[in-house]
Design a protein around this ligand. Sequence first.
Ligand SMILES: [Zn+2]
Length: 470
Amino acid sequence: MSVLIKGGRVVTAADDYVGDIFVEDERISLIGESLDVQADRVIDASGKYVLPGLVDPHTHLDMPFGGTVTIDDVESGQTSAAFGGTTCHVDFIIQPPGQTFAAALEEWRSKANGKQVIDMGYHMAVTDLKDGGTLEELATLPDQGITSYKLFMAYKGALMVDDETLFRTMQVAAETGALVMVHAENGDAIDVLVKEALGAGHTEPKYHALTRPPETEGEATNRAIQLAHVAGSPLYVVHVSCRESVEPIERARDAGWNVHGETCTQYFFVDYSFLERPDFEGAKWVYTPPPRPKENQDVLWNAVRTDTLSVISTDHCAFLWDGQKTMGRDDFSKIPNGGPGLENRLHMIHEFGVRAGRITLNRMVELLCTNPAKLFGLYPRKGTIAVGSDADIVVFDPARKYTISASTHHSKSDYNLFEGTQVTGTPEVVLLRGIVLVENDELVAEPGIGQFVRRAKFGAELKPERASVA
Ligand SMILES: [Zn+2]
């Protein structure tokens, strides 16, 4: 199957030109000003942007959490991703305490088999390390294409690890070429604040934010940075939400340390006041870190503009408001933490980042596609448009108006974080390895076409060869 994408404005992190792209055997084989080639399928992209498929390095599909399971499984979550132009994501395997990583990997692979709509990889979330067992096993994961370790410094009594486990994982990463990812919040202090709030009868959703002050994020971010520096491992701080954690990342990067940071779409748009909405509606925005005071939004736009933060992800972790979020009606600490977002990252960042003049089109591609691909061992197979790269391509109509709504989104969640937001610009055709996934607002490919991708180690390139697909 060959595809010719004609006359589009091709935008990568570095380039911006009008040209044709020829796709053969799932990869881009030719790029030119005006290609004279026969193709099985021709897509007219004149007046449209031709972007690399988006890479989302932070999602949670089919994950048990907070006494329930996220509402999007691999099929619904990846379908939602595809409609938003995301063609590859990296999901989190959570090691069940006491279990081996091999068992956890097998369990997660079985949840995805036959359901995959886009390509994917996994991070391994470490919850429990034991000498003579999982500590040694951890070192074997990068050779299996799982080249990042995630640690939760929060969620005491559930996913949280102590500093010994954090530091020993960093030491392993320094040896194996894995990237260490941290959820940076001081879980011990937060646990005290939550108990005090509940003891005082404070049960509403807003106490989710009031018991997780920005300083607890800043402290943990700085602690992780210092420990990673001692261990000699690269560090990636997920979902940075506030000035208190932007600043230590900025200092470390200025000093030349191997530290990288990510924020998520919602932190630019949702502030603390959303949690105060009446009738338990605030629970829709209970995710962690929580929505922050509004002044942090400018801090984050500056941080992504200046490369203090290098990636915008979604942290898609979807629940129903009615039936799941409502488990915490009488106790904010029982509200499952997380929200949907996989489908609307490009809509929101294009509208309020590019169209509003905060970032350039090239920088948008870098933040949503290229940097996540580079940091997580997917580049240059993913994250750019180049000869030899996978033909993961979004034909984006920059003029078409689109209204974001739970009534039309493809997540199974019954609400949308950005409900009613009107944007100009939406994906028109989405291709995965040259196969049309989405066209005319329909999913036209069958689940099962997505593949598991063995990622390269930190700093290494993923060469565009079939052998790297399992
Ligand atoms: Zn997350």
